[in-house]
Design a protein around this ligand. Sequence first.
Ligand code: ADP
Ligand code: NG1
Length: 455
Amino acid sequence: MGESRDRLSRVSSAFRDKFGEDPHFVVRAPGRVNLIGEHIDYHGYPVLPMAISQDIVMAVTVPHDAAQGLRLCNVQSDRYRDFTSSLAEFNFNHMSKPQWHHYVLCGLKGVQEQLPVGKQLRGMRIMVDGSVPPNAGLSSSSALVCCAALAAMKANGLDIPADVLATICAKAEHYIGTEGGGMDQAISFLAQAGKAKLIEFDPLRSSDVVLPEDVVFVVANSCVELNKAATNHFNTRVAEGRIAVQILAHIHNLDWRTIKKASQLQKQLHLSLGPLLHLVDKTFKPEPYSRADVCASLGISEEELQTHCLSASTQNLQTFELLKRIRHVFSETDRVKVFKETCEIGKGADGKHECAKRLGVLMQDSHISCRDDYECSHPDLDDLVSVMQRSGAYGARLTGAGWGGCAVAIVPKQTAEAFLKKVEEDYFAKQPQRAAKLPEALFITSPSDGAGLIS
Ligand code: ADP
Ligand code: NG1
């Protein structure tokens, strides 16, 4: 509570220093930690995140002069430079590496698209203050997009329901170029203090997941940063998954050109996850597929491969891992299902320890699948997960997109302090640049509230 008051007063005072007036309102949107269900939201499958207390806050005024555009500033002005723009058009060109203001523009454009044709967003002065570690898998980017959308909604007197805003923001963040799912924006808007959520898609909905009382979740940053929009790793995985789904659809005489997600395929095949996994093992060879292999499997030309299977950023891929990627998608989906069921059974049961142990095993298996099948880990992150496991966690796994960033561990409450000390010694103290990032890089987290107006 004290901390959020400090943040409010910090952003308000930075706003006054910059613009010489008080902000009209302050909004916040939280980051998240995903407990389980990685890289499956864009296949339409449920995920199980919770919001964290780290967030993006924006202090905002709406000038009377309608001609005023956007003036965007950041408390960390040395890292995130001031940006000024008209709101008549949104420029996402030249984004080989997106700048921070592009994420804000995504949120604004998402709301702009809700206005009647010809109507423009009102100008805004915005001061941003963020506490979500950037490029760490805790969704700082979506917190920024969601916070900007919320600011635009308030500034324009609109009243858009949280689930609609979440969908708007998920779509708008695609302007950055990463073809993510909707998990981050959904939990940022739909989170409730004290509750982890099962987020389901098509249509978007959320339900509470009661976590065991005698555990805590600990987040640790591997201190390896990756800006996912600056590499092609993420979209390559999306393309590989899509192609695997399309080949399975083609083999079963479905209209494969209209099927893009594993969940669509599953619905049309009427199969449960076990038989689907069996089918995957039977269908795909372990070696990477060449473009010619994919064309032959689908009975299409190179041109059709480009139109029906590849996105703008994946047109030039030469090889595709299909078996491992789609095996991860189905096995991870199954783990989410079992995780949720285990939490339900664990509620009020005597075997609480057993429940936490089972959740730990699922998290551990999820990490192995991300590391070996989805290949979205990093050696330092693997090391951190092993350290967490050895330090007394029931289980640990990378969280978020991966290739660096954070791990999350489920830890007995009683031994949490000893756990933190051991992880500090065995991971952070080993390298000065890691030690310098403490305490922000290692913390116990509990589910925080979703995005909203805070002043
Ligand atoms: P994440 O896993 O944190 O979402 P991304 O690579 O998707 O990582 O996005 C991180 C980007 O979000 C940063 O490079 C930066 O452009 C932007 N960002 C994050 N936090 C802030 C902040 N406090 N202020 C301004 N921009 C931020
Ligand atoms: P982060 O960790 O914020 O980069 C990304 C995607 C999610 C999801 C996860 C992997 C975006 C905005 N977010 O999250 O939708 O696919 O990776 O589970 O693209």
